[in-house]
Design a protein around this ligand. Structure first.
Ligand code: SF4
Length: 169
C-alpha cells in the first residue's frame, strides 16, 4: 500500500454518529468499502476535533471575511471550527493523505456549497472552514456527490490500474 494514497474522510460519511443531531451520513459505496478494507481511510470529524460535543446545536457560516460561525442560538463557535480545521489539517499531513472526501454543505466539510447562514436550509456557493484549510494547503477536496472524480484521481495516483471501477456505487 502506498502511504501517500490514504484518503481523509468525514467521519459521518463512514457511519459515525457525529453529526450535530447525533446521526450519520453513511454512504453506501463499494469504492469506499474497498478503501476501508485496505486501511486507506483516515476518519475525522472536524467539529469534534475542535471540541464541540455531539449532539450540538446546528451552526452555519455567517461571514467569510473574517470568518464568523454561529450556532442557531447566536453563540459564536468560530474558535472551535478553526481549531477543528487546524487539527484536521495536521492529521491529513501526518497520515500522508493525498486528498479528502468530505460531507457536502457542512460549515466545516462542505467544499462547493454551504448553508447560507439563515438556518432555513437554503444553500449558497462557498466552502466550510476545514475544506478551506485543506484546499489552502494543497489537498484536493471532493464531496460524496463527486465519487467518480475521486475514483479517477486515486486511480491516477495508483498508477492508472482501474482497480475501483468507474461506477461510484
Ligand atoms: Fe460530518 Fe464534517 Fe459535520 Fe463532522 S463536521 S459531522 S465529519 S460534516
Amino acid at each position: 500500500m502506498n502511504k501517500k494514497n490514504k484518503i481523509l474522510i468525514s467521519a459521518c460519511l463512514l457511519g459515525c454518529k457525529v453529526r450535530y443531531d447525533g446521526k450519520d451520513n453513511l454512504i453506501d459505496s463499494n469504492f469506499i468499502h474497498r478503501l476501508q478494507q485496505q486501511g486507506r481511510l483516515v476518519s475525522v470529524c472536524p467539529e469534534q476535533e475542535g471540541g464541540l460535543p455531539t449532539p450540538r446545536h446546528p451552526a452555519e457560516i455567517q461571514d467569510k471575511f473574517p470568518l464568523r460561525i454561529t450556532d442557531i442560538n447566536g453563540e459564536d463557535v468560530t474558535p472551535q471550527f478553526l481549531s477543528g480545521a487546524e487539527k484536521t489539517l495536521e492529521i491529513a499531513q501526518r497520515e500522508g493523505c493525498c486528498c479528502a472526501l468530505l460531507k457536502s454543505r457542512s460549515p466545516s466539510c462542505g467544499n462547493l456549497e454551504i448553508y447560507d447562514g439563515n438556518f432555513t436550509g437554503s444553500i449558497k456557493a462557498g466552502s466550510g472552514a476545514t475544506a478551506d484549510e485543506l484546499m489552502r494547503n494543497g489537498f484536493p477536496v471532493y464531496n460524496e456527490r463527486q465519487l467518480d472524480q475521486l475514483i479517477e484521481f486515486i486511480e491516477l495516483l495508483d498508477g492508472c490500474e482501474p482497480n475501483y471501477g468507474r461506477r461510484a456505487s
